[in-house]
Design a protein around this ligand. Structure first.
Ligand code: XIL
Length: 379
C-alpha cells in the first residue's frame, strides 16, 4: 500500500515537473506531444527556416523541440551559395547545419538547380543570351560538385532540380538552364549530383505534381530519367495547398502514382493557405481590392480555424496511408515566418501553419497530432 502511494507521489511530481518545464519553455502544452514525438519513427517532421531565426533562443528551442529535420528556406539556393562565380558563401547555411547536428536533426538540401533565386551568370552571358552548352554544363557541374562535397555526409538528401516542369506548356519549363543546355539539363544535374556524393539521396521537387494537370508530366520526367540510367531516390511534392477541400482525392491518387514507381515520396513544403487567391498577377491593387484579399489581419475567425484544422486532418489522413512518405516538411515554423505573408500578394497577414504568431498551437496543430497518433496506433 505504502509502495503504491510512493509511486503515485513520484508520478505526480514527474508529471508536474514536465508541465512546469513545458510552461517555462512557453511551447508545447503539457497534454499534447510535440510533432516529432507524435510522428515517432514513422516519418521525419521537418521545417524550413532562415539562419537568423536561430539567433532567437526561444524560437531555436521551439524548433528543436517540435521538429527533427530542417531545410534552409533560402540559404542553400544557388544565389545564396554562389552569387558571384567561383565565390562560395556557405556561412549562413553552415549555421543551420551546425544547429541541426547539435540537436540530432536531419538536414535536407534545397536546391541545386532552380530558375528562381539563381544568379544569371550560371546559364546566361552578359547580354542575357544563353551560354554555350558546354560552358553552362561546366557551371552547373561545378556548382553541384562544390556544394555537395562541402556538405558530404552532413546532408541526407538534396532537391537536385526544383520546379523543372511547365504549368501550361506541354512539358519542361523553358528555364535559362534548358535554353543553354537543352532538354537533358535535368538528367545532367542528377548525374553531377550522383558523382558528387554517391551516398546522398537525390530528389526531384515540384509543386502540384500530384494534381491531374501536372502529374503526367512528372511521371514522364521520372521515366525519362530512369531510361537515361539516372537513379532518382525520391519525389518531393511541395504541398503548398489551399484551404478549399476539393482535391483530396486527387492528392491521394497523385501520391499513389509516385509511390507505385517504387520511389520515396516526401511532402516537402507544406502550408495551407486560407487567404483568397487573386486572379492574374502583377496589377496594382486598389485599397478595396487589397482589403478583400487580406481579410484576417486581426486573426483567423474560429470557423476558418476549424476549416483549416479539418483540411490539415484530411491531408494527414492521406499522407499517413503511405509508408513511402518518409518526411513531411512545413514551409516555415509559425504563421509569422511564412512566405505566404508575401506571396502571391505582398504584405498580407496570413495564417497557413500550425502555430500562430505568438507560437500558440492552433486547432490545426491538434488535428495533425491526433492524425499522427491515430495512424501510429493503427499500425
Ligand atoms: C520561398 C521562400 O520561402 C521565400 O522566402 C523566398 O522569398 C521565395 O522562395 N517553392 C520553393 C521554395 O521551392 O524554395 C520557395 O521558397 C517557395 C515555393
Amino acid at each position: 500500500m505504502m509502495k503504491r502511494v510512493c509511486l503515485a507521489a513520484v508520478l505526480f511530481v514527474v508529471v508536474l515537473s514536465a508541465t512546469v518545464l513545458a510552461a517555462e519553455k512557453g511551447t508545447a502544452s503539457a497534454t499534447m506531444p510535440t510533432l516529432r514525438q507524435a510522428a515517432g519513427n514513422r516519418m521525419l517532421m521537418g521545417a524550413s527556416l532562415m539562419s537568423h531565426e536561430l539567433d532567437d533562443a526561444r524560437r531555436a528551442a521551439f524548433i528543436a523541440e517540435q521538429f527533427n529535420c530542417l531545410t534552409p528556406g533560402n540559404e542553400m539556393k544557388p544565389d545564396a551559395l554562389q552569387n558571384v562565380k567561383g565565390k562560395f558563401t556557405f556561412e549562413r547555411a553552415d549555421k543551420i547545419v551546425a544547429f541541426a547536428e547539435a540537436h540530432g536533426m536531419t538536414m535536407i538540401g534545397h536546391t541545386l538547380c532552380w530558375h528562381n533565386q539563381a544568379p544569371a551568370w550560371l546559364f546566361m552571358d552578359e547580354n542575357k543570351k544563353p551560354l554555350p552548352r558546354e560552358v553552362a554544363l561546366e557551371n552547373l557541374r561545378n556548382h553541384i560538385h562544390t556544394v555537395m562535397e562541402h556538405y558530404k555526409g552532413r546532408v541526407k538528401g538534396w532537391d537536385v532540380v526544383n520546379e523543372g516542369l511547365d504549368d501550361s506548356g506541354p512539358y519542361l519549363r523553358d528555364t535559362p538552364a534548358r535554353k543553354a543546355i537543352g532538354d537533358d539539363f535535368i538528367i545532367k544535374a542528377f548525374q553531377f549530383a550522383r558523382e558528387a556524393d554517391p551516398d546522398a539521396e537525390l530528389y526531384y521537387n515540384d509543386y502540384n505534381i500530384e494534381a491531374n494537370y501536372k502529374r503526367p508530366k512528372a511521371l514522364r520526367l521520372l521515366k525519362e530519367l530512369k531510361d537515361a540510367g539516372v537513379k532518382v531516390d525520391g519525389v518531393g511534392i511541395q504541398g503548398h495547398w489551399l484551404i478549399d477541400n476539393g482535391n483530396i482525392k486527387e492528392i491521394d491518387e497523385g501520391i499513389k502514382a509516385f509511390a507505385d514507381l517504387g520511389l520515396k515520396v516526401m511532402i516537402t513544403e507544406v502550408d495551407v493557405d486560407p487567404l483568397p487567391r487573386r486572379q492574374g498577377a502583377g496589377a496594382d491593387l486598389s485599397a478595396t481590392q487589397r482589403e478583400g484579399l487580406d481579410p484576417y489581419k486581426a486573426g483567423l475567425p474560429d470557423d476558418v480555424q476549424q476549416k483549416l484544422a479539418e483540411r490539415y486532418r484530411a491531408l494527414f489522413q492521406v499522407i499517413m496511408k503511405y509508408p513511402q512518405i518518409q518526411r513531411v516538411t512545413f514551409w516555415g515554423v509559425d504563421d509569422g515566418s511564412s512566405w505566404l505573408n508575401d506571396f502571391p500578394v505582398r504584405g498580407r497577414t496570413n495564417h497557413p501553419l500550425l502555430w500562430d504568431r505568438n507560437f500558440q498551437p492552433k486547432p490545426a496543430f491538434r488535428a495533425v497530432i491526433e492524425t499522427l497518433q491515430q495512424s501510429s496506433v493503427a499500425k
